[in-house]
Each structure stands twice: as structure tokens, then as C-alpha cells.
Design a protein around this ligand. Structure first.
Ligand code: CUA
Length: 360
């Protein structure tokens, strides 16, 4: 019995679809998802993976099939048939990718919106300067300005001043040396933000950390407790807000497991909000080429239970007060340089004999 080619096409089509659907969700290319926002990005990535697996198999399949089926046989020296364009076919294979690309772009805009990337109040709250009034788009912003404002201001200078209220953050940031963007028209006035997600819009975040990027380190200050740390500790299941800026050049905050990335810019306050969903240690990577040691600018993000986080903060507080006591108790004038340096050098793995040798 000869199976008609239409049945073959149908069967191959079904098989191709099933394989693409399976592979699109079992590719294993992404690291663990450790934030609520990650599933949105993964959904988009998997959809693109399904589509591209299907197209790859279809195109490569036809190519390999044709190369074998229509190869030149021995003794066949005739010319190939003169084939001209096929207009309906060309329309079809232009239209299908166009529909796919438009669909993916609509989907990705939706994901960005679900993460709070289109927080519309960002533009409205900015006061209209005469220059901004003449900018195209000012009319749109003006008509939308009846929308109720959400939490806090988005003006760069106010954000910067707010962060500097915390002495620990003020000590880390050299904001006086970096002019803040005050009156730049349009988006320049506004802080780049990701989040809050529409369902959390208007609610204050549960946990706030100020982040400062500098060549080549990340410094985290916890404004509620005044703790300064080189590691980011965040609570699981609570919404975290990071207020970020840089002390020198542009850096970028990136935690692949959270599927989030945000620029950290000198003179600008950027913000990112997310909810960690999985306990563990993750790498925080600087994702902006910021100098020769850019590759070394990484640290850890620790997602932990709120009680453990509280305990860690207490430990940090104890450690910093002890350091302070030590510094106060030790009056340098009563001590020889060796005695004064001993507590520090032992921490660094340097022994007093080595110091003696240095003096000789
Ligand atoms: Cu900081 Cu790269």
C-alpha cells in the first residue's frame, strides 16, 4: 500500500511539533529560577525555543532530504530544470516569520510590563520644564498626568537625597563628586526602574538595600540597620527593592538566577524590585565592561529565610561595634607600631617576625 504524500506531510508536521514542544521546555539551557519574575522570562525564552526548534528542524530536514533525494546520479550530465520564483510561496514564507516576530515582540513587551518595566508614573511626576514642554511626547505625558501617582517620587535628585539620608550609604557614595542629573528633559530626569509588578504597584517593598557599584566592587548598605557589606543578603518570599548608583563608571547589576539586569550609572539612581523565591547562594555579576578588572567584579547574593537574614544582620552589627571598640581602646600613642599593627596584621596572615624583618 502506498501512503499518499499529504499523509506523510501531516505525520511529519505532527512529529515536528511534538519534538519542538518537548525540546522547548527541556533544553536545560537556563540556570535555576530563583525569583518570582524568572518564570515570566523563562516562559518567553521557552516559547522562542519552541519556535526556533521547529524552524531549525523544518529547514535542515528539507535541506538534507533534498540533497539526498535530488542528488546528481551517475551519468546524468543534463542541466537542471529552469526554475523561476514562486510568488505565493515567497509571500507565505515572508508572512509566517513576520507573524512569529510580531507575536514574540508583543509577548516580550507584555513580560516587561508584568515586571513593572512600563511604570507609567515615571514620566508624569516629573515637573514640566520649558524645554520638556517643547519635546515631542510632552503632550502625551500631560494628558496622562491624571493617573494617580504611585509610591515615592521618580525624580533622580530626590531619590539620590533619600538614599543619602542613611549615614552608611552616604559614607560609601561620593555623590558630592558626581553631579546628579537634575533638570535633564524627558527620561534623563527619571530613574531607570524595573518593578514593582502591577499587583504590587503602590505597595512599599518589604526590604530595601542601597547598592553602590565602583571599580571593582559592589557595596551594599542596609538603611534600616546601617549595616555595610560586600555581599547581598535578601529574604526569601519578600519583595526586595535595590536603589543603585555608581561611584565612577557604568556598571550593571546582573543575577542570572533572578533573570534580571539593571544598569548602575554614576549620577543616576536606578531601581530594581523583585521577589526572591528560592534559598541559596547565587553569583552577582557585573554585566557592563567597566575597566580592566571588570571580570573580577562579582560577589554573592544570599537568599535566606527572614529569621536567618535577621541573624546575619545582628552578626554584622556586633562585628562592626567590636571593630569600633578595638579602635577606641587602642590609643596609638601608647603603643609601638608593632603592637598597634598586630591585630590587623594577624588578620592578614602576617606575623610579627615578618614585621621585624621589615624594620631592620
Ligand atoms: Cu563593573 Cu564591569
Amino acid at each position: 500500500m502506498k501512503i499518499p504524500s499529504s499523509i506523510w506531510t501531516l505525520l511529519i508536521g505532527i512529529l515536528l511539533t511534538l519534538v519542538s514542544l518537548w525540546y522547548g521546555q527541556n533544553h536545560g539551557l537556563l540556570p535555576t529560577a530563583a525569583s518570582d519574575e524568572a518564570s515570566l522570562v523563562d516562559g518567553l525564552f521557552n516559547t522562542m525555543m519552541i519556535v526556533s526548534t521547529g524552524i531549525f528542524l523544518l529547514v535542515e530536514g528539507i535541506l538534507i532530504y533534498s540533497a539526498i533525494r535530488y542528488r546528481r546520479r551517475a551519468g546524468d550530465n543534463a542541466d537542471g530544470p529552469p526554475v523561476h520564483g514562486n510568488v505565493p510561496l515567497e509571500i507565505l514564507w515572508t508572512a509566517i516569520p513576520a507573524v512569529i516576530v510580531i507575536g514574540i515582540s508583543v509577548y516580550s513587551f507584555d513580560v516587561y510590563n508584568e515586571m513593572g518595566g512600563f511604570n507609567p508614573h515615571a514620566v508624569h511626576e516629573a515637573p514640566m520644564t520649558p524645554q520638556a514642554m517643547r519635546m515631542p511626547g510632552a503632550a502625551i505625558a500631560a494628558t496622562l498626568s491624571d493617573t494617580p501617582p504611585s509610591t515615592g517620587s521618580d525624580r533622580n535628585q530626590e531619590r539620590a537625597d533619600e538614599a543619602m539620608q542613611d549615614p552608611a550609604t552616604a559614607a560609601v557614595r561620593n555623590a558630592d563628586q558626581i553631579p546628579q542629573l537634575r533638570e535633564a528633559p524627558g527620561t534623563g530626569l527619571v530613574s531607570p526602574t524595573i518593578g514593582p509588578t502591577p499587583d504590587k504597584e503602590g505597595k512599599p517593598p518589604a526590604f530595601v538595600v542601597n547598592v553602590t557599584g565602583l571599580q571593582y566592587a559592589w557595596i551594599f548598605t542596609y538603611p534600616e540597620t546601617g549595616v555595610t557589606s560586600g555581599e547581598l543578603h535578601v529574604p526569601i518570599g519578600r519583595e526586595v527593592q535595590l536603589n543603585m548608583t555608581a561611584n565612577d563608571v557604568i556598571h550593571a547589576f546582573w543575577v542570572p538566577e533572578f533573570r534580571l539586569k539593571q544598569d548602575v550609572i554614576p549620577g543616576r539612581q536606578s531601581e530594581i524590585r523583585f521577589t526572591p523565591s528560592k534559598e541559596g547562594d547565587y553569583a552577582l555579576i557585573c554585566a557592563e565592561l567597566c575597566g580592566p578588572y571588570h571580570g573580577a567584579m562579582r560577589t554573592q547574593v544570599v537568599v535566606q529565610k527572614p529569621q536567618e537574614l535577621e541573624q546575619w544582620i545582628q552578626e554584622q552589627l556586633v562585628a562592626s561595634t567590636e571593630e569600633l571598640k578595638q579602635a577606641v581602646a587602642m590609643n596609638p600613642t601608647d603603643l609601638s607600631p608593632n603592637e598597634f599593627l598586630t591585630p590587623y596584621t594577624s588578620q592578614m596572615g602576617i606575623h610579627s617576625e615578618m614585621l621585624h624583618q621589615l624594620h631592620k
